[in-house]
Design a binder for this molecule. Structure first.
Ligand code: HEC
Length: 127
């Protein structure tokens, strides 16, 4: 009986963790779709600047410091932010609220899942 109880608990834990996973797991493929909103201004699969700086190796990059990009706003250069999941999430929620004076003319991604997915996608192009 004790053993049966134990396996029941184990089974429940397993089911719970599997069920909970999709809610938090970021999806690179879905992120590629979200990135279509960024493509007018950003490239991530090559070190090529457009209206915005390329996003290759964005994880760990200090904001506003890509040498090949000369159009950064003073605001982003003074921001003293290093890009990681948390700072990207904040910036992409509402760019102009997170960095007042940023040149990025993008309203933001309101859905948390969209942000998580696009960040996972960006991460796949970072070392
Ligand atoms: C209308 C053009 C435009 C769109 C759309 C856009 N961006 Fe930007 N982005 C920019 C510009 C311009 C900058 C430089 C900001 C500055 O100088 O203040 C920038 C900066 C950034 C930075 C900081 C890069 C660095 O080197 O510090 C990240 C990260 C970023 N964008 C991600 C995104 C993502 C992800 C999307 C889509 C969800 C997106 N952007 C949509 C124009 C755009």
């Amino acid at each position: 009986m004790k053993n049966m109880m134990k396996s029941f608990v184990v089974a429940c834990t397993f089911v719970l963790s599997v069920a909970a996973f999709p809610a938090v797991a970021a999806d690179v493929k879905a992120g590629a779709k979200v990135f279509k909103k960024c493509k007018a201004c950003h490239v991530v699969d090559a070190e090529k600047n457009k209206t915005g700086p390329h996003l290759v190796n964005i994880m760990g990059r200090k904001a506003g410091t890509l040498e090949s990009y000369s159009k950064y706003s003073k605001a982003i250069q003074a921001a003293d932010i290093v890009w990681d999941e948390a700072t990207l999430d904040a910036y992409l929620t509402k760019p102009k609220a997170y960095i007042k004076g940023t040149r990025m003319a993008f309203a933001g991604l309101r859905k948390e899942a969209d942000r998580a997915n696009v960040i996972a996608y960006l991460k796949s192009f970072s070392e």
